[in-house]
Design a protein around this ligand. Structure first.
Ligand code: SAM
Length: 283
């Protein structure tokens, strides 16, 4: 019997390979090669240009940590901007906060949104038709040059720095993120797995330090982003956001009424504790 499988192409000299019980879609969109298939351990999963983007089994970790950490650290966020995020999981988590009045999502590839609605409906769970959603199909870096509004929280839910995602790791984009944020806003970014992608994190944080006074990262372990914990970049001009007490986070979290499977106020605080091999990359 032949087993169909997809091999991830992200790291040189080290590969993860996923068995595909069923292949739902495998074709090129206008921007990238998109594959959706079912793996026996992770459920339905999506790869773009040979890189794992999201899986039904572990997406909650990534989406909860990129959405709830900045929103609850801010404490009064009403408008959120997502760059990328085509599968809709980030939009879903952001809109679980009834205090959010508007969430703009800027995705370069409309096919990712359409195919995710069809094959990964549990990611968005209706978030695309929420009246607070403002869905824009554009390159995130072009949008950041002339944003439509000022946001409290900006979440870069991008692919890795290859293909269309490359511009979202460059100086010009990071400089323009300030156009998108209120002075006390928070920017968080998908920044790869530092054990295998140390340069990616070091470079992003080095660029961000030119434009923000408080720059660091926080961590979460997501099984399909292999090689150790994943880093999320953090940038703000208000240092107090990163050091909110756990008691205040607990109060805000309880008030939100949200139930989570990975996020908790204690996990939030602990995520900013960095082992030296990672904190060295932030200096
Ligand atoms: N969770 C994923 C990860 O860690 O790799 C990210 C998932 S999400 C599907 C990434 C999205 O970013 C894709 O839908 C892709 O089309 C989008 N994207 C890539 N480059 C972009 C750009 N320049 N502007 C806006 N969206 C972009």
């Amino acid at each position: 019997m032949t087993i169909t499988s997809f091999r991830e192409q992200l790291h040189s000299g080290f590969f993860s390979e996923y068995e595909a019980e069923e292949v739902y879609f495998d074709s090129a969109t206008e921007h990238q090669r998109l594959v959706v298939f079912k793996n026996p351990k992770f459920g339905r999963m999506m790869m773009l240009d040979g890189v794992t983007q999201t899986t039904e089994a572990d997406e909650f970790i990534y989406h909860e940590m990129l959405a709830h950490v900045p929103i609850l650290a801010h404490g009064n966020a009403k408008k959120v901007l997502i760059i990328g995020g085509g599968d809709g999981g980030m939009l879903r988590e952001v809109l679980r906060h009834s205090s959010i009045e508007k969430c703009t999502m800027v995705e370069i590839d409309s096919s990712v949104v359409e195919l995710s609605k069809e094959y990964l409906p549990n990611h968005s769970q209706g978030a695309f038709v929420d009246p607070r959603t403002n869905l824009v199909f554009n390159d995130g870096s072009a949008f950041a040059r002339e944003p439509d509004d000022l946001y409290d929280v900006m979440i870069v839910d991008s692919t890795d720095p290859i293909g269309p995602g490359e511009v979202l790791f460059q100086d010009t984009f990071y400089a323009n993120t300030r156009n998108c944020l209120h002075p006390d806003g928070i920017l968080v970014t998908q920044n790869g797995v530092p054990f295998l992608q140390a340069d990616e994190l070091r470079n992003s944080l080095m660029h961000l330090k030119q434009f923000f006074t408080d720059v660091s990262c926080y961590l979460a372990t997501i099984p399909t982003y292999v090689g150790g914990p994943m880093a999320f970049g953090w940038a703000s001009n208000s240092k107090s956001h990163r050091s909110v007490d756990v008691e205040i986070l607990t109060e805000r979290f309880a008030q939100s009424g949200i139930s989570t499977r990975y996020y908790s106020p204690e996990v939030h605080k602990g995520a900013f504790a960095l082992p030296p091999y990672i904190s060295n990359l932030t200096e």
